[in-house]
Design a binder for this molecule. Structure first.
Ligand SMILES: Nc1nc2c(ncn2[C@@H]2O[C@H](COP(=O)(O)OP(=O)(O)OP(=O)(O)O)[C@@H](O)[C@H]2O)c(=O)[nH]1
Ligand SMILES: [Mg+2]
Length: 450
C-alpha cells in the first residue's frame, strides 16, 4: 500500500443498480481526473468548486464512456484527507467497469480492500478505532449493532481510551520524576494516591472489557440452536422469530431432517437461528444423521432454546436433555400453552407459536440472557470488538503488575516499564503507537472501495 499512489475503486456493491460510485483519491487525483472527466460545459475537474456536484462525462480516447455526476473534494477536507474525486455513473456492471478502467488508464491504480479508510487513518482524519467502526457501520445487521458502530465512529471508544491513557500518563510522569531524582523517596502518601489512580483506571478497563460479549454478539450474531424432542414446535418457533414461514411445520413427528439456518433480529441482537431435527431414538438412517447434526448444533451454539410441548407430560428423556444443556446458555420454552391440556413447566417460558402468546416474554428473556446481568454497551453506546478486547486484557494485566510493583516497593524502573506496556496496549486501540503490522490485518477485512 504505497500512500504516494493515486488509487481508484468502485465504492458501491457489485451488480446492476441505478447508480454506482467510483472513487479516486491521492495526490494526483485531480490530474488523473482532468485526463478523462469534464463538465457538460467542457470545464476540467481541477477547476470545479469543491464539494459541488457537477454534471459531466467520462471520456476515453475521445469517446464518451458515460454521463456522470462528479464531486471534487480537496484534501484535507475529504474522507481520506487527500484530493478525492467521486464519480457517480450509471449503475450497470459493464459501464461501471469501463468508468473505472478509464480512471486506471489515466494514471490511477486499483485500490486494495480498505485502502481509502486506511488513508483516512494515516492522514489523521480518524483514529484506528474509528476506522474499524467504518467496517462495523457497513456490516451492521440490526439497529442496535448500527448504534454501537455509529458511537464508535463518532469517537465514543476513543474518548474512553484517551481518558484512561491520560490517567496512566499522569502516574507515569510521577514515577519518572522519582527515577530522575532518586534521592527523594516516594512517600507512602504518594504511593497511595498513585495506586488509587491505577485502581480507577483498572475499573475503566474492566468496564470496557464487560462490553466485549455484547460487542461480539452485535458484530457476529449469536448462534442459537432450537432443539428438543420431535413435534415440540421448534420449526414453528423459528418461523415466529423470523416473522415468516421459512421451515416446514407439520403434525408428523420428525418433519425436520436437516439443520436450517436463518438470521433473525431479537431486540436488535442478530441471532443466527439453527432449526434442528427432533431428538429421539430412531432406526431411520437419514433421521439419525439429522439427529447427529442437531447435537452438533447444540454443542456449537452460544444459546440453546430448548423447546418442549407443554401438553405432553415432562418425561425422563426431556429431563436428560435439560441436564445435558444445563451448563450452556439454555432457555426452556414451553410451547403450545394454548392447548387445554397444557401444564406449567417449571423454569420454562410459556409460549404459543399458534397464537403468539408469550413471545414478547421470550424475547425479553433472550435479551436478558445475552446482555447478562444488565451488562450491555456503556451509556455512550460502546461495545468493544475482539481486537480491542485482546489489547485491553494486556493493558489490564500490565496495570495490575504496575500497581503491585508500586505497593511492594519494587525498583521504580521496573514499575515504569510495566506502565509503559499498559500505555502501549491502550494506544493500540486507537492506533497511537507503532501500528504498521496492525494495519494490514485490520484493513484487509474491508471491502473494495471503502
Ligand atoms: N396448538 C398448538 N400447536 C402448535 C403450536 N406450535 C406448533 N404446533 C403444531 O405442532 C406440530 C409440530 O410443529 P413443528 O413446528 O413442526 O414441530 P418441530 O419441533 O419442528 O417438529 P420436528 O421437526 O418434527 O422435530 C404442528 O402441527 C404445529 O402446527 C402451538 O403453539 N400450539
Ligand atoms: Mg421441525
Amino acid at each position: 500500500m504505497n500512500p504516494a499512489d493515486t488509487i481508484a475503486a468502485v465504492a458501491t456493491p457489485p451488480g446492476a443498480g441505478g447508480l454506482a460510485v467510483v472513487r479516486l483519491s491521492g495526490r494526483q487525483a485531480l490530474s488523473v481526473a482532468d485526463r478523462c472527466l469534464r463538465s457538460s460545459g467542457g470545464r476540467l475537474p481541477s477547476g470545479f468548486q469543491p464539494r459541488m456536484a457537477v454534471f459531466g462525462e467520462v471520456v476515453r480516447d475521445g469517446v464518451r464512456v458515460d454521463d456522470v455526476v462528479v464531486t471534487v473534494f480537496r484534501g484535507p477536507k475529504s474522507f481520506t484527507g487527500e484530493d478525492t474525486v467521486e464519480v457517480a455513473c450509471h449503475g450497470g456492471v459493464l459501464v461501471t467497469r469501463r468508468v473505472l478502467e478509464t480512471l486506471l488508464v489515466s494514471g490511477a491504480r486499483p485500490a486494495e480492500p480498505g485502502e481509502f479508510t486506511c488513508r483516512a487513518f494515516l492522514n489523521g482524519r480518524m483514529d484506528l478505532a474509528q476506522a474499524e467502526a467504518v467496517a462495523d457501520v457497513i456490516h451492521a445487521q440490526t439497529d442496535r449493532a448500527l448504534g454501537t458502530a455509529r458511537a464508535q465512529l463518532a469517537g465514543a471508544l476513543s474518548r474512553r481510551i484517551e481518558t484512561l491513557r491520560d490517567a496512566l500518563m499522569s502516574v507515569l510522569a510521577h514515577i519518572e520524576a522519582h527515577i530522575d531524582f532518586p534521592d527523594e523517596d516516594i512517600t507512602p502518601d504518594t504511593t497511595n494516591v498513585l495506586s488509587a489512580r491505577l485502581t480507577t483506571a483498572l475499573e475503566g478497563i474492566d468496564a470496557l472489557l464487560r462490553t466485549a460479549r455484547e460487542g461480539r454478539f452485535l458484530r457476529h450474531g449469536v448462534r442459537t440452536a432450537l432443539v428438543g424432542r420431535p413435534n415440540a414446535g421448534k420449526s414453528s418457533l423459528l418461523n415466529r422469530l423470523l416473522g415468516h414461514d421459512r421451515a416446514i411445520v407439520s403434525p408428523v413427528a420428525g418433519t425436520t431432517r436437516d439443520t436450517l439456518e436463518e438470521v433473525a433480529q431479537v431486540r436488535g441482537i442478530p441471532l443466527v437461528l439453527v432449526d434442528t431435527a427432533g431428538l429421539r431414538e430412531s432406526d431411520d438412517l437419514v433421521e439419525r444423521e439429522g439427529i447427529r447434526r442437531s447435537r452438533e448444533a447444540a454443542a456449537e451454539a452460544e444459546l440453546i432454546l430448548h423447546v418442549v410441548d407443554a401438553a405432553v407430560p415432562w418425561c425422563a428423556e426431556e429431563e436428560a436433555l435439560a441436564t445435558a444443556w444445563s451448563g450452556k446458555g439454555r432457555i426452556c420454552v414451553a410451547n403450545k400453552c394454548d392447548l387445554p391440556g397444557a401444564l406449567p413447566v417449571p423454569g420454562a417460558i410459556p409460549v404459543s407459536c399458534r397464537t403468539g402468546a408469550g413471545l414478547e416474554a421470550l424475547e425479553q428473556a433472550i435479551e436478558e440472557r445475552l446482555v447478562s446481568g444488565g451488562v450491555g454497551p456503556g451509556d455512550d453506546g460502546v461495545a468493544i470488538g475482539v481486537r480491542h478486547q485482546r489489547v485491553l486484557e494486556r493493558a489490564r494485566e500490565a496495570v495490575l503488575q504496575t500497581r503491585s510493583g508500586l505497593e511492594q516497593h519494587q525498583t521504580l524502573e521496573l514499575v515504569a516499564f510495566e506502565l509503559r506496556v499498559a500505555l502501549t496496549a491502550l494506544g493500540e486501540v486507537v492506533g497511537k503507537t507503532s501500528v504498521d503490522d496492525l494495519l494490514d490485518s485490520i484493513f484487509s477485512q474491508f471491502c473494495l472501495g471503502k
